[in-house]
Write a protein that binds this ligand. Sequence first.
Ligand code: ADP
Length: 500
Amino acid sequence: MNAPFAAAALDQIRSELASGPRQLLIDGRFVPAASGETFDVVDPATGQVFASAASGGREDVDRAAQAARRAFDGWAATPPAQRARLLLRLADLIEAHGERIALTESLDNGMPFMMAKFAGVMGAADQLRYNAGWATKITGETVQPSAPGEWHAFTLREPVGVVGAIVPWNFPFVMSVAKIAPALAAGCTVVLKPAEQTPLTAVILGELLLEAGFPAGIVNIVTGYGETAGAAIVDHPGVDKVSFTGSTAVGKAIVRASTGNLKRVTLELGGKSPNIIFADADLSKAIPGAAMGIFGNAGQVCAAGSRLFVHEAVFDEVVEGIKERARTLKVGPGLAPGTEMGPLVSQEQLDRVLSYVESGAGEGATISVGGQRLSDQDAGYFIQPTVLTGTVSGMRVVEEEIFGPVLCAMKFGEGDDLDAVAAQANSTEYGLSSAIWTRDLSTALKLCRRLKAGTVRINGGAGVDPGLPLGGYKQSGWGRENGRAGVEAYTELKAVTVAL
Ligand code: ADP
């Protein structure tokens, strides 16, 4: 199979990345970190350093936040149609530079090139076009107060101010865009921090923002570590809101650290999402759906279907089908032709996932398939797609987010009514996503109401859609991204009364 990209494009990206560290974007200019420090960027398919980036710190974040503050009034006052035009122009530029972005994303994160192209590049363009539409449609309401007299009362939605956007490494480009797009549509300015494992495509985003014509300071990009650059954003008094996607542990740390000026905080955190298959389900769809629900992006997906609950009548058939998929799945470098699952993002993540598999086995689970680092890929962070059976509540592998291609398969029986199935599905601290497979619409909709999850996918999911709210119940987060709720999360609501 031929590579779906031009080899010359890859060579050019590699030589550009080798030419020097990527820089911070502050106030419309690319600059090194104030400290001069940089950090290495590792290719997860080889374990080798192939690029570096400026290691932003407190001083850089402060300059970025000040630039965003200076730019804020002008941007908030920019006619919404002009904000929309710029967002649409950025979407076009992202598509035009799609190959470069997807190649860089695949090198940096390890994901298959086609995933980087569709979920990353096209997903980002979709986010921008969707949110460009909101720029001209954010409105308040008129209200009739009950106080005596004659009134004109209405609400105004105003941009919340300077936004700190902190994104993880699992879908770096689209997550960055999914944060800046609604923020910019609402009239906010941004300090964006990509994850230290995957800083590269955010820097390309910065270049394209300038090319699109966004004025200086509207979006500032500070690459760097979570505990330095990230923490500096979260406790900066000039940042009005933090929008964070990442682990629940860091989400809690952000809540604690953001109290200085009582920042608005939205959090999209971890999950341990149930995938529930009934005996009457169309297994020709449910089996591949469940398999790719956990093996897609090597399980490094907050909404990954990591707990499988299958009716006992079809349990063996379903688990065998998923195991077969696990055995045949093509695991390899993201840029190798035909790769279906790339490496994990880092050595740390590989160690973490392998230690969970070991802990599951130690607690009595059976490793039905996989469970090993791939021996012929010693240089990269490759792991076999893994299915654990004999797992029960209380085991760490069942309760905690692994963030790897590790499925815990469990069964339910004839005697379990929907309340019992829901109780099992709801039995973790998370509540991000869920999936139901059945041909019985009543079963599906009754169970849907019983699940404590921000997303329910019945007989298949539509992926992440910019129009569909994304977020979690319980410890999977605060607030929603995407949809009307997603853009309104970047606004303050003002009530205005006029005594007539
Ligand atoms: P994961 O566990 O998936 O690696 P994290 O939640 O650790 O994800 O990281 C997600 C993002 O949060 C990254 O950009 C990371 O640098 C950042 N981050 C990590 N720790 C902090 C912190 N204490 N304050 C702010 N940001 C942080």
